[in-house]
Design a protein around this ligand. Sequence first.
Ligand code: CA
Length: 225
Amino acid sequence: MFILAVEDEPAMAELLDSALSDEGHQVSVATDGTQALGMAGANTFDLIVLDLMLPRMDGFAVARELRRRGIQTPVLVLTARDANADIVRALDSGADDYLTKPFSLEVFLARVRAVSRRGPIPQPVFLRVSDLTLDTSTREVSRAGKHVCLTPREYSVLELLMRHRGRVVSRSTIVEAVWGFDTDIEENTLDAYVRLLRNKIELPGAPRLIRTVRGIGYSLSEESS
Ligand code: CA
């Protein structure tokens, strides 16, 4: 794997580098938060090992900024702090796992293996139908270049329809995907959400994108009218 180790203490950085290299990984080292962000933006890593207390920009801010930029590389946080609040804050900032210093190398390498087993990182997807665009990494939607503000449920309905553009998506498929199997939503709840969604994304005078297929479901395509 290609691993970015972010650590400002030279002895610790050297230890991480040699332990990971011995396991056959390609290791790059960053010694502060700003450098780490630059390297993570310019290269694709399979894993980022991130110390929390760093010069210039701390690990919390680095993790948050990585996620904000849509970089989904797994992050394993190393922290000298064992306060629960710091661990919670690190995980909430976008870290996937953590290890409290001092740690045994064996445990560290096992965590690295565990994080890497979680499989391929989902790549952000940019969807476009006519002049309607949706960015799954930032969850931003725009129509004709203008930002559209959607609630989480409206966004989920729209993403599903855009992923299946040109095809009819059944009512039950939408309800299961957006509300889950267990929910018992009213028959007309979905219609109400679609109506709200249409009000936000349809432009007066422009062809309608979302088409109702009576008794079956909805479809989204450029050809709709
Ligand atoms: Ca440090």
